[in-house]
Design a protein around this ligand. Sequence first.
Ligand code: PGA
Length: 255
Amino acid sequence: MRIPFIAGNWKMYKTVHEAVVFVKELKLVVKDVTGVEIVVAPPFTAVHAVAEAVRNTNVGVAAQNLFWEREGAFTGEVSPGMIKGAGAEYVIIGHSERRRLFGETDAIVNRKVIAAIGAGLTPIVCIGETLEERERNETLPVLDRQIKDSLDRLTGDQIAELVVAYEPVWAIGTGRTATAMQAGEAHAHIRQRLRQWFGADAADRCHVIYGGSVKPDNIRELVAEPDVDGALVGGASLEVRSFADIVTRSRPAAV
Ligand code: PGA
């Protein structure tokens, strides 16, 4: 019922030119791939050019952040409507780098999620514990707080359309992936909370994807976990070959 969802988070990499060269190659490589939702998240500067380059293909586009206001004197910020107008359909919200480096809290994430939905964007909401929290055995309470506060005031129907990315902070960019078992446990917990707080239909339809050092070599075992619906890929999404391999290996038939 939930088809795998694979998103490449390019972070602060790729000029407009590099981004367009990348997607022109990617769209050819994945043109016959069915049964996987494929998304790339370029920096703001390249969102429009990338969206034009992948128009009418099976590749979608995400922004990496937004501001919740519609317009105004907010120097340096980008509104949900501007992102939508640039051709993106998705937006990553609350990535751990934004939480750590730019002070984003669950309350801020919540405002952004609501604004994104209001503009017709699908949020990819990132949650996940730090190493210290895991070592203190606080993983599940931390996830509970992040789910409750980041998704506050959303309806079951809105949750159903959402993508939640579980990204243990200690696994991001470190080469240290959560084992399939660790990911599976966290995802099962997240799904159970979504069911409890937003209803069975919302929980069954919401995509819960994993992020943190996902590579072509480990994607199969991760998506073999019943509650892992795909991946948010950083480093390995910067090369067409490795990103396309992750996409094709995420299909159930490939497991
Ligand atoms: P990584 O990044 O794949 O390079 O660990 C994942 C992310 O930050 O979304």
